[in-house]
Write a protein that binds this ligand. Sequence first.
Ligand SMILES: Cc1ncc(C[n+]2csc(CCOP(=O)(O)OP(=O)(O)O)c2C)c(N)n1
Length: 558
Amino acid sequence: MATITGGELVVRTLLGANVRHVFGLHGAHLETIFQSLARHGVPIIDTRHEVAAGHAAEGYARAARTLGVAMVTAGPGFTNVITSMANAYLDRTPVLYLSGSAALADAESNTLQAGIDQVAIARPITKWAHQITTPAQIPRLVAQAIRLATSAPTGPVLLDLPIDVLTAALDESTVRIPQNLVLDSPAAPAGSLVERAIALLMTAKRPIVMVGPGAWQCDAGDELRAFVERAGIPVFSDFQSHGLLPSSHPLYGGTYHKLADLSATDARPDVVLALGVRFGLFTMGVSDRLVPAGAQLIHVDVDAREIGRLRNAAVAIVADSQQTLRALNAHPQAQRWSDFKAWQKTVQDAKSARRKHLAELLTRSAPPIHPYQAVSALADNLPEDAIVVGDGAEAYHWLNEVIRQTRAGSYITHGFLGAVGFGLGLSLGAQVAHPRRPVLCLVGDGAIGFTIAEFDTMTRHGLPIVAVIMNNRSWAASQHFQEIVSGRDHVLGTRLGDARYHDVAAAFGANGAHVTKIEALGPAIKAAFASGKATCINVEIDLAPIPPEIELLMARHN
Ligand SMILES: Cc1ncc(C[n+]2csc(CCOP(=O)(O)OP(=O)(O)O)c2C)c(N)n1
């Protein structure tokens, strides 16, 4: 009788779901899976910390719009990946986490890396968490986990795999591997709701479309473009859907925060078509600085929990954004729109005024480099098809002012968890998903410290990620908050030293560059991408300036 292990069953089911890469860090509990992955030629991207493996699986899932897989060993391997699991949960990222655990036969025996209920810990931060106790059930349960993770609303799942379940030997002839694991049945909107949405949009004088992660998750770019080009309605986006309408498009208004610039004018949006938008942190909660309280909302999302969460929806559509846009595009009245030219001009004028105002910051000629100068040099020297990962706090808010993209899913940054330090991990996954696209990670000097050893992973796996550190020798967002709330004389625990991060990266085999003058930054970025090697560019910037988006957020709290 030919036999097969539980670990081999896990891997064969993953192959049935088209899994091509797995991120992880070894532990004896996972050995059968490691060996089976190798036998089937599935590369394991082994990281230096489990949280980076988890974040890499998230980055892969987000950059490739598919399932990411991370495997971690029992006990500390599992506890180390919790931040990633929580991040994936709040971002709705489809990641399958596989955790090793102690043998079922060793329950309650104070054995190695055991004694914690991993499923119970994962349950509130996953769509589903389950321990497999019967080896023969592995294919069915792995398939169920993958279906749950990848069906809307997507999200992370945990399968906990005791070592004796993974090492058990089964009769191979009894094994059936499930097929067609990824469900493809997007929810279409009810016709009556499409009518109501059209009727409301027809009453609008200053309509906008807001696109959120849900619009990107269902790949609604073509339908969005067709809709807004015919209707002439300006578009504002969050980060995941950045590039869904190219930033250079005349109807693109900017990221959500730019809506605040319209609050200075009398002309503010009166009807908002929110596609896959999750109201909260990035729409400034219940404040009406971005979306006026009086604006009528048509809210489309696959997850009914998001509708009406903070804003009452005049028309609530629990459906896929792409399907909804198709229905709107097909509606006969959607061919005859009012003339929104004056409104479009208001939006574009606000955008130009902001750029002009910020351009004054580019005139500084001597060090220290202004952070806006740094991100501008970055944007100007970034290859067109680059994937950008934004970490740190003020760092990515500065980046939001200049980022220009033509492809969605190419700006991977903070969600509601706000987990500083996830950048290098996310970048690993994005680079594995798109080996030929340039990947840039913008990161604060605080954030880089969490996983700086991942330069080793980049070097070993030949992943030419370029990390640019905005080095202000401070946990800047924290220090600025402290200065405002507690006073400049009470700064504590938020300053950092003058570390040579580029030398640390070089010690792991990456290229390192130290930039103190703005003229040197553009050439350093170009050289880094041309080198084909992982590179760390340590840029000394001025600590004092606070990004306009953070000033806006702080003004709200004062
Ligand atoms: C894991 C984690 N720890 C702490 C915080 C709190 N926090 C928010 S912003 C910030 C400072 C980030 O500093 P840095 O990475 O240097 O970025 P900068 O603000 O300078 O851009 C901290 C510590 C957090 N969000 N996440």
